[in-house]
Design a protein around this ligand. Structure first.
Ligand SMILES: [Fe+2]
Length: 192
């Protein structure tokens, strides 16, 4: 990321990241990173989710934009740990209701694979491939522990939206439409 981008306020910085790198592929899925983010945020908005969860849906894969690993990294056996990268980058600016579901969205996939056979049966092939690199389905003990996390429910909601936000050509509002949800979710600025 250039120095010019680094000096922007957090919301402008994120919008610029999507403008600069959002057209990169979302792994092997048939949509770009920006399309995936917009479809996720739009689905959350349509479901009357909180501003923080809409922001989380928009930003949940921003970690993919923060590294220079190739799009076929999973083929090389590499887990980019994008959920941790993204959360570490966002935590300085956004409230926990945004950051923690993002940090947990891979764990939420591992949880749902453990407790919901139908969920696993509907995962896309790239998501099944990355699941293996991410540790596979949780054990029963891990799943029970995960349910106690204070952001468990938000993480599951985000995950289920994430898995459906891969529709080629789906029309969504533009990135600017969601900027206000980001502003509302900054530390010290939440109106909810
Ligand atoms: Fe995603």
């Amino acid at each position: 990321m250039s120095d010019d981008v680094e000096t922007l306020d957090p919301v402008s910085h994120i919008l610029e990241c999507f403008r600069l790198r959002g057209d990169s592929g979302y792994g092997k899925e048939a949509v770009s990173q920006l399309e995936h983010a917009l479809q996720s945020a739009y689905a959350a908005e349509q479901a009357n989710a909180s501003p923080e969860l809409i922001a989380a849906c928009l930003l949940h894969d921003v970690g993919h934009l923060l590294h220079d690993l190739p799009e076929d990294a999973p083929d090389q056996g590499i887990d980019d740990e994008h959920e941790q990268l993204g959360a570490a980058w966002l935590v300085e600016h956004f409230v926990p209701e945004v950051v923690e579901p993002i940090r947990l969205h891979v764990a939420a996939k591992r949880y749902l694979c453990a407790v919901d056979p139908e969920y696993f049966s509907k995962l896309s092939p790239p998501s099944i491939q990355s699941l293996e690199l991410q540790g596979g389905p949780m054990t029963k003990t891990q799943a029970a522990h995960f349910e106690l996390h204070p952001h468990f429910e938000a993480a599951i909601k985000l995950r289920r939206i994430d898995d459906q936000a891969k529709i080629p050509g789906l029309s969504t509002p533009p990135l600017s439409h969601f900027a206000n949800y980001l502003s509302q979710s900054l530390i010290g600025r939440s109106e909810s």
